[in-house]
Write a new protein. Sequence first.
Length: 312
Amino acid sequence: MISRRIDDKHRRVSCGGGRVCDDMKPSEVGYIIDESVLMLKRRKGATSLSVVIMGLSLLILVMFVLVTLNISGIIGKAGEELRVYAYLEDGLGSDASRDIQYRLLGMKGVEEVVFISREEALDNFGEALGSDSDVLEALEENPLPDAYRMKLGPEMYRSDILARMAEEIKQWEGIEDVRYGRRWFERGEKLVRGFYMTDLGIGLIVLFSVVFVISNTVRLTILSRRRAIDVMKLVGATNTYIQIPFVIEGALQGVFASLLAVGLLALIFTLAKRYLPGLVFFGTEWVAGFIVFCAVLGSLGSFLAMRRFLKM
């Protein structure tokens, strides 16, 4: 039955020796798509097992990416909290102070400049001390200077840029000092750089492992259908005609596996968010891109496996 169906279709698209006689017609394209779907239905158990294996492998990948995304968000928010303080000299007049503010606002990367009076700075210091704020009562006078607090754009949060900026502002008349927690920032920058390097290394290992598992799963699926492929060869089917249904099937398996991985990840995310409310999930565009990526990965794995198999 199967041989007769295949033979009828392939007489129009192949000649002796596996040569293609004419272009594939729309009806034949429809047949190939139908055959790909039938291949999935005929082997529901094996197909389901392949999808589960691929889905669990992809779950490890997307979970790793999601953790990286949330840690990167935390690092980004920590960077946004950084402020640069330009301390003014004592006795500086209001006109000179205002000129400094305008110059700060005119600098590249400076988004906001707020004046902090010495009285406000002392009050903030007392709030930071909490129960130990009583020690400030022993002060005869306020030792803190007036200052400008600057908020910078994200592109400015690099140690070399901040150091160059601070040195430039220090040269201005009326500026006593510029501080931004240089030592802590440089240490944090090294930690962040180390995190991203480690994360990249682990990510590549996870990605290659997932690709290896998926490619071998697809290869085993094709080997289990060796008899059907041999029959198709006997009735004169070209290699391309044999490959296409398997490539489509691989793409469909990739789509189903990606949906399974995203669904499981969404369930894990919902449970984790109860304890970590600040977590974020992937956007719709990213999920759509991931599904397309998995479809391409599944079809490419089928294509390469079939190519090697047909050369045997």
